[in-house]
Design a protein around this ligand. Structure first.
Ligand code: 5GP
Ligand code: MN
Length: 336
């Protein structure tokens, strides 16, 4: 693997290089915040970069500076493909495997661009030329700060960069609560506040910005849909396509729902299964020794972090629920 420090001279050596930044499908605040934070930083060193997301994302991210210029691959496939094919550099942020960017994956793979991975997920598959990767970083946004620091450019961080990066650190650490939050994370966050990020505004923009029906949907799921499997210290919520429709659920609305299960005393694993039209999407959150990523990879074509992972399936939702309840039986030792 090449040394990431070579990137800045390489970018600068190229007269107006064509740069694309992309991130995982259904981007969250870390994915979009790191992409836009990097975009604003590159602009400061005279490089124009185009952010392309594989899909749309929640309205709660639309306050981010520069968000209006993001291209959604699903809306502009031809333009996105052309930009990636012509790119000299493609930055791949907050994902470890090309399947995480859907059909954009094959286009990135075949592009002649230098590929730079900046990520904190376990086991990157290794499609990139340069890598800034560690699972020790709280978030990709924290890694973008490290990247800027490695480039010797912390002095260039302004309010736009700082706001985007702060958002991803805040959400990926669940407001500085997760074990991934280190003293360095706090130092980085403190520097971002000094550079102009407004913590209260960012918190409100992300967490106090839901529709009434989304709030009622959360209440409905918690009172009507929550199953407890006491033998496995597991909480499970299964949401049907009809329920998503009834509560007018849009992209981003189910974010955070899976965390409620883990807040119940004694629960070690919380699972959410949502019947999205294209596939059944699963989210896993665990405590202590339950390997959520391994479980998701082995049984549900997924992966992620040790205690926070996801997966998906084409099975009917009833079958998937049953298969989950069978698969969990082999993991009893990790849940007790
Ligand atoms: P979420 O449940 O919030 O969608 O995802 C939690 C974490 O699991 C994400 O940070 C991501 O790393 C991982 N993840 C979610 N879905 C998938 C998937 O389908 N495949 C893989 N490999 N990882 C996933
Ligand atoms: Mn992340």
């Amino acid at each position: 693997m090449n040394n990431i420090q070579e990137i800045k001279p390489l970018l600068k050596a190229n007269n107006s290089p064509k740069v694309v930044i992309t991130t995982h499908h259904k981007p969250d605040a870390d994915a979009l915040g790191s992409s836009l934070g990097l975009h604003h930083y590159l602009e400061k060193i005279g490089i124009k970069a185009q952010v392309i997301t594989p899909t749309d994302y929640g309205d709660f991210l639309k306050w981010m500076p520069g968000e209006g210029d993001v291209i959604n691959f699903e809306e502009k496939e031809d333009l996105s493909s052309q930009l990636v094919n012509e790119a000299d550099f493609v930055f791949c942020l907050d994902f470890n495997a090309l399947k995480r960017i859907n059909r954009l994956g094959a286009i990135v793979k075949n592009s002649r661009a230098v590929k730079i991975l900046i990520d904190h997920h376990l086991e990157p598959e290794g499609f990139e030329t340069y890598r800034l990767w560690t699972t020790k970083a709280s978030s990709t946004c924290e890694l973008i700060f490290w990247f800027i620091e490695l480039m010797g450019d912390v002095h260039l961080i302004d309010e736009a960069v700082a706001s985007c990066l702060y958002a991803g650190i805040m959400t990926d650490t669940a407001s500085f609560k997760h074990g991934s939050t280190t003293a360095t994370t706090h130092r980085v966050a403190a520097m971002l506040l000094e550079k102009g990020a407004k913590s209260n505004r960012i918190f409100e923009a992300i967490y106090d910005n839901y529709s009434e029906s989304r709030t009622r949907f959360i209440g409905f799921c918690l009172s009507e849909k929550l199953q407890i499997l006491p033998e496995y210290k597991t909480a499970l919520i299964v949401v049907s396509a009809e329920e998503l429709k009834r509560f007018k659920i849009i992209t981003g609305d189910s974010e955070g729902l899976v965390n409620y299960g883990l807040s119940i005393t004694g629960i070690k694993l919380s699972v959410l299964i949502v019947d999205r039209t294209v596939a059944r999407k699963m989210s896993f959150r665990s405590k202590d020794t339950f390997p959520a990523n391994e479980f998701a990879r082995k049984h549900f074509n997924g992966g992620g972090h040790f205690n926070a992972a996801g997966g998906e399936s084409q099975e009917a939702i009833e079958e998937l629920e049953l298969r989950f309840k069978t698969a969990i039986k082999d993991y009893k030792q990790y849940l007790n």
